[in-house]
Design a protein around this ligand. Structure first.
Ligand SMILES: Cc1cc2nc3c(=O)[nH]c(=O)nc-3n(C[C@H](O)[C@H](O)[C@H](O)COP(=O)(O)OP(=O)(O)OC[C@H]3O[C@@H](n4cnc5c(N)ncnc54)[C@H](O)[C@@H]3O)c2cc1C
Length: 602
């Protein structure tokens, strides 16, 4: 583990600093303890969740609560919680892998688990006072109590700081009265604690409170009916009404007006965990899809032999592999940064807060990329099943419905796309990531004469790594040009921000897969990584296509005349392969491997 600030890449720095493959963490690096955790969680998922899938689909909310309680008994709700508060005190990677392997049975449980362990518990572990932590966290870590997170209101969704819920201090200064309405609150139906955000007087920012909830002594809290939803059907989602709900003043979280910060930081953790929660679903869909495709015959041929189906199997498998690569890479960066801050004298609480905040850009990138991959994976899963895919009797239909929510909650994908670029620009302005230097180098390169040398690309990934460098230049050219043109008004040019975010996302995901595969090829031998090499190359090829398209639309939108022509020529240069990979061959390699193994096997 790198142990100095210098050695650990800062959040967003992947864009301007080269990463050695030895420095990325991969799922193949799981320790014995992590592997044991993964196996225990996967076994729990099979036994307690998948075995009862039909009951979850039939909106059996009580089952969700019962299984959550069992997860608590086994310690799974307290993986991230320090031992001092009855948790397992495991590292960030273990937290993420628990989310990953517990989430594929049904989105209903996955949402309940994520809402409780993430946004329901983390605001207290990250911002609570010692007394608050002593009082509440052990109950949450063991599943004695469940947590919910009340931020969204009918008029305040993406604009989360605009909520109308109020908190009014009593005359004696000992308590607050909360009044207002929250909606879309996961776990509302069975929680005992709510993290509630409310505004005090005319404060600019909202304030967070820990609110206990006991239906027998409701303290002015009433719940709406369960929402009838497209997916995650057994996840309890209700409105919550507060009518003069009295909360002791000491239950304020952090300080007055600190709520928006708490909300945003809790969401950073939520976002990477949500990405993880979409991984095992993809593995499961690939496995179910390939098993069906190997069995199902049309025209006297297993449909898995058809090229049209092989495209799907290859792309689905590749996206799952890439998602894993990027999620675990970022998780370990966070874990290392927390350790580094602790070593430097920060408390665990401060270290965790700052560690996750540092990688907020990566958390947004992952949330967007993996939530969209699981959706397209489920969609193609249905297509592989044909008409049967549309039937409730096969698992694809529920997988598709359950996947849909991931693009909406924890900040919509539109908001996360814009955030990722916005945060990067802010970091550059603060000098935390030097984008300006590399961006002006790219500008000089654009005006210079391109090299006509023919490099030797015989070594594994040598051309791909040059391509990644060029894609980073594309981002710097596009984002740098846009910042120069619009300055602080850039945030009003959303189409440009979205295009820049797509470029950023593709770079991070593609690079993560290449680094993982390169590391594994070096230690396990290239032959053992044949399919992984194909997946890394296939993903990069697709990424280049996306980046070319997004780069072009951006440049045309903000540059004119000679500048536009120069940038478009640069884009062409930065997205050009010397040796184009044979995509059909790559897809065949990947599809044949999963066909032969009859499952996702990486
Ligand atoms: C099943 C479910 C569970 C949930 N659980 C919880 C929970 O436990 N706790 C909680 O507090 N909330 C929860 N939510 C709420 C969720 O976080 C919000 O739905 C989400 O943040 C979006 O807010 P909204 O629905 O008001 O949509 P809106 O904010 O109205 O957005 C509608 C559309 O407009 C876009 N948009 C909005 N603002 C902008 C902008 N500035 N620029 C560009 N595009 C924009 C959005 O991306 C989206 O496409 C849950 C929601 C659901 C459906």
């Amino acid at each position: 583990m790198a142990d100095t600030e210098k050695d650990i890449l800062r959040g967003g720095q992947f864009l301007v600093k080269e990463t050695n493959c030895e420095d990325v963490f991969t799922p193949e690096d799981f320790s014995e303890e992590q592997t044991m955790m993964k196996e225990a969680v996967a076994e729990f998922n099979e036994r307690e969740i998948i075995a009862h899938k039909a009951r979850f689909e039939a909106k059996d909310y009580a089952l969700t609560e019962e299984v959550m309680r069992k997860a608590g008994e086994l310690g799974f709700l307290g993986v991230a919680v320090p031992e001092a508060y009855n948790g397992l005190g495991m590292g960030f990677v273990s937290t993420v892998l628990t989310c990953d392997y517990i989430s594929s049975g049904t989105g209903s449980f996955s949402t309940a688990f994520g809402a409780h362990t993430g946004i329901g518990t983390m605001p207290i572990t990250l911002y609570g006072t010692e007394e608050q932590k002593q009082k509440y966290v052990p109950k949450l870590a063991t599943g004695e109590w469940f947590g919910a997170y009340c931020l969204t209101e009918p008029g305040a969704g993406s604009d989360a700081n605009s909520g109308k819920t109020t908190a009014t201090l009593s005359d004696d200064g000992k308590s607050y009265k909360i009044n207002g309405q929250k909606m879309w609150i996961s776990n509302a139906g069975f929680c005992s604690l709510m993290i509630v955000f409310a505004r005090i007087e005319d404060d600019k920012n909202i304030t967070g409170f820990i609110v206990e909830y006991d239906p027998k002594n409701a303290n002015g809290i009433t719940l709406g009916e369960e929402e009838h939803k497209l997916g995650i059907r057994a996840s309890s989602t209700r409105q919550v009404f507060f009518n003069d709900t009295v909360v002791p003043a000491e239950n304020m979280l952090a300080g007055r007006g600190e709520g928006f910060k708490i909300a945003m930081n809790a969401l950073n953790v939520g976002r990477i965990k949500l990405a993880a929660a979409c991984l095992d679903s993809q593995r499961r869909i690939v496995t179910t899809g390939v098993q069906y495709a190997n069995e199902r015959k049309q025209f006297k041929t297993p449909i898995s032999d058809f090229g049209a189906i092989k495209i799907k199997l290859a792309e689905m498998t590749t996206n799952a592999y890439v998602g894993e690569s990027a999620t675990y890479r970022a998780s370990k960066n966070i874990e290392d940064r927390i350790a580094m801050r602790e070593a430097a004298g920060n408390t665990h609480q401060e270290a965790e807060l700052k560690g996750v905040e540092e990688y907020a850009i990566e958390c947004s990138i992952l949330k967007v990329a993996v939530s969209e991959d699981v959706q397209s994976c489920a969609d193609e899963g249905i297509q592989i099943f044909g008409g049967m895919g549309f039937s409730e009797e096969t698992p694809m239909e529920a997988a598709w419905r359950d996947a849909r929510i991931a693009r909406i909650y924890e900040g919509t994908n539109e908001i996360n796309r814009m955030l990722s670029v916005g945060m990067l620009v802010k970091k550059a302005m603060k000098g935390h990531v030097d984008l300006l230097g590399p961006a002006s180098e790219v500008q000089s390169e654009l005006m210079g004469i391109p090299s006509f040398e023919t490099p030797d690309f015989s070594e594994l990934f040598s051309e791909e790594k040059v391509m990644i460098k060029k894609l980073k230049k594309t981002f710097l050219m596009v984002a740098g040009g846009a910042v120069q043109k619009f300055g602080p008004q850039l945030e009003e040019h959303q189409q440009l921000l979205i295009a820049a975010a797509d470029i950023l996302i593709e770079i991070y995901m593609a690079e993560s897969a290449i680094l993982r595969t390169e590391k594994n090829a070096k230690r396990f031998g290239e032959d053992s990584q044949k399919t992984q090499i194909a997946m890394s190359k296939l993903y990069l090829y697709n990424a280049v296509d996306i980046i070319e398209k997004k780069g072009k639309e951006s440049i045309i939108s903000f540059a004119e005349g000679d500048e536009q022509r120069m940038m478009l020529m640069g884009l062409k240069r930065f997205t050009k392969y010397q040796n184009y990979p044979d995509i059909v061959d790559l897809r065949n390699e990947i599809a044949e491997k999963v066909k032969a193994e009859n499952k996702y096997c990486f």
